[in-house]
Design a protein around this ligand. Sequence first.
Ligand code: GTR
Length: 350
Amino acid sequence: MTAQIRRPTAFSRRTALKAGAAAAASLAAVPLAACGIGGSGTGAQHRFRLAETHPENYPTTLGDKRFADLVRERSGGRIDIQVYAGGRLGEESDIIEQVQLGVIEMTRVSSAPMAEFAGPMGLFGLPFIFDDADHMWRFLDAEDGGRKLLGELDRAGFKGLCYFDPGARSFYTTDRVITTPEDVRGLKFRVQQAAVIMDFISALGGSPTPMNYGEVYSSLQSGLLDGAENNAPSYFSASHYEVAPNFTLDEHMRVAEILIVNRSVWEDLPTEDQNLLQQAAFDAVPYQRKKWNEQVDADMQKLREAGVTITRVDDIAPWRSATKSVIDKYGEQYAEYLDRIAALRRSDRP
Ligand code: GTR
């Protein structure tokens, strides 16, 4: 596989300055928090920050907190991980750079923007590769599948600890109700910063606009965008439904969520502590998945109550064929993992 990896040295001056400024700001706001090793009033030997873009009670944040609690408990308070939710430490792409630099030690992030740093992660931006959540989890849990893919982050300056459930991403629009792939034609859609996803929108005849998550609401409201795409909990919690009230459940992607640590921070930890962190991350996953499923149900209910037009897509075959050019373009690059995904498909599925 040709892996396109962004090296820790490949930063622009602007980025380095921005990261430095953000680091200074967050250090000022949170004294002692980024010290790594060292004493503190709480007796912690290691204090790490974990950046999270979603609000406090969002299922990925709850997964982060479960991970932090398990680490605190099992280390007897020696390792203290503080979760900074609600995007308080910055937007995702900047956070990834800061974790790569070691300015922030950890983050939970979507694999889509990670693809710019570690090419193999672009796999999850390929459309319609998983039949359902179970299929995705069979892949994510496989040693020669998702686990191996997490290992590809090593070379990009990270340690990938585990995956969290990302649900499925679907389209939502301000005006036009999307029922067929042709309806996407001519519309301007916000996408995560990932080339694969831009190609997906282009394949449908739409116009892809990469943009930070935090800017999507106002851009939908002002008419700069005709739509965006995300899972139900993001659509609801970011209030995008208020300005784009047509939700079409085509479930085009399952873009895995991942928990990552700066590579040097990881390597500086003794093996026992690495094992402790790794196990705590794995043990947080079932809890996060449970919270995820509950949240999807609750949010779909709230979306219905809010009067959102919800359109179910029963037959994804026309969607698959309309976006086949994306699989053709990237198929070779991701062949190893696509083969694994195909092998894990239930035989009774089309
Ligand atoms: C969410 C994901 C976030 C962020 C967001 C986005 O589903 O959990 O980490 O990537 O989508 O679209 O920017």
